[in-house]
Write a protein that binds this ligand. Structure first.
Ligand SMILES: [Zn+2]
Length: 410
């Protein structure tokens, strides 16, 4: 095998130097750093024997032809943009490892019955324009043109930033691929959670990218003097919200693989000597199946209503976001399982609670994901860490998967 794990890590380091700030890593959509990182990746793709291009939204695409030129492809990739003050593996590792696997094919002069493409997506994190998955949505043909009107913190619209980058916002559709041309989309990504570490495993097979619901919740009670209103006569909105937060925890714990979080809470008027009359909090709920997620939402609505009734407060639940579950192809999961076995590693399946480009790519092709253990489950943070041993195993599994890939039925 010629897969070189140290080179993968070195290249992640090299990409991390293309950052908005010198003492950390931030690389957002349509920035000079994006162009520099893209150029670097393109060079590596070329060295691995691939034809390269930048597509209509700025994704970097490399293609390694199969036995017959113009064959449909197995597409591998991840994203090259980051959150603010990011780690250096979330996204980049999947792109760089895929290039390494293609370099391995080229070194063996091996042509497969299908083409292999590697794609480095732009704007998965969506930091600059609060967009997210723009690059993969463009490839899947589901990019929403209304996003072009979104503005960054400096008031620059996405469409103008695209023009400044030499891209034509009217031609984003050109990035879309035909389903017949993409046999599957497969991504290696750090886990961003602590499960593989707890299982003492370097990799895991992803079953599904969890769907989610987000709500704004507003609780209205009655404000009053903290000294004069007896406990029995209070309609304390914050105490009710606290009970709701505990109900979220209870419901999520009662259902397998469901997670629920109250991440933000505001109490009004917000004074030490006033009973809170109004409270707003957020609710983020995720599940690896849509039926399960629907059940969790229904249970929570019931709990919230009961709490509101018992405490004589009004409670309004406003949906602000919803995403369906993107299931990973069972056939691709089986092929990953075989490749993991062949490398002598125990197979573990797990859902992804975080979103990934695969959510968008699922509209185009069957998707598969392989998770890599990361230190402490930490991500979106400079402390993000992987080991060269784990990267070596993961890259060998990915290389084996590619060589043995059989297109799943749709
Ligand atoms: Zn990511």
């Amino acid at each position: 095998m010629t897969v070189n794990a140290q080179r993968i890590l070195d290249r992640c380091d090299a990409l991390a130097r293309h950052s908005e700030q010198p003492d950390g890593l931030t690389r957002v959509f349509l920035s000079p750093e994006q162009h520099a990182a893209g150029a670097l990746v393109r060079g590596w793709m070329g060295d691995a024997g691939m034809d390269t291009r930048i597509d209509a939204i700025g994704n970097v695409v490399g293609r390694y032809e199969g036995l017959h030129a113009g064959s449909p492809c197995l597409m591998l990739g991840s994203h090259l943009d980051t959150v603010r003050d990011a780690g250096r593996y979330d996204g980049m590792l999947g792109v760089v490892a895929a290039i390494e696997c293609v370099a391995d094919l080229a070194a063996r002069s091996l042509r497969l019955p299908f083409a292999v493409e590697v794609i480095g997506f732009v704007d998965e994190e969506g930091v600059r324009f609060s967009s997210s998955l723009s690059g993969s949505r463009a490839v899947a043909g589901t990019f929403d043109p209304l996003l072009l009107d979104k503005r960054d913190a400096d008031g620059v619209a996405m469409r103008d930033a695209m023009r400044e980058s030499g891209l034509d916002p009217a031609r984003i559709d050109d990035a879309a691929r035909r389903p017949a041309d993409v046999l599957a989309y497969v991504e290696l990504h750090i886990e961003q959670g602590p499960v593989l570490e707890a299982e003492r495993l370097p990799v895991g097979v992803v079953t599904a990218i969890a769907g989610g619901n987000r709500f704004d919740v507003e609780v209205t009670g009655m404000a009053g003097h903290a000294g004069t209103v007896p406990m029995g006569l209070r309609r304390d909105a914050l105490a009710a919200a606290a009970e709701c937060a505990l109900a979220v925890e209870r419901v999520a714990r009662s259902l397998p693989e469901v997670v629920g979080t109250v991440g933000s809470i505001d109490a009004l008027p917000g004074a030490i000597n006033v009973i809170p009359g109004k409270v707003r909090f957020t609710l983020d709920l995720r599940a690896p199946g849509d039926e399960l997620r629907g059940r969790a939402v229904a249970m929570l609505r019931g709990e919230f209503e009961a709490i509101a009734a018992r405490r004589d407060v009004d409670l309004a639940l406003t949906p602000i976001w919803e995403a369906r579950t993107a299931a990973c192809s069972p056939a691709l999961q089986r092929q990953f399982t075989e490749a993991i076995h062949a490398e002598g590693v125990r197979v573990h399946h797990l859902p992804s609670g975080a979103g990934h480009d695969g959510m968008a790519m699922a509209d185009l092709a069957p998707i598969g994901m392989l998770f890599l253990r990361c230190g402490g489950g930490i991500s979106h943070h400079p402390a993000e860490a992987v080991t060269v041993e784990d990267v070596d195993v993961a890259a060998r599994i990915l290389a084996r998967f590619i060589r043995q890939f059989t297109p799943p039925h749709r």
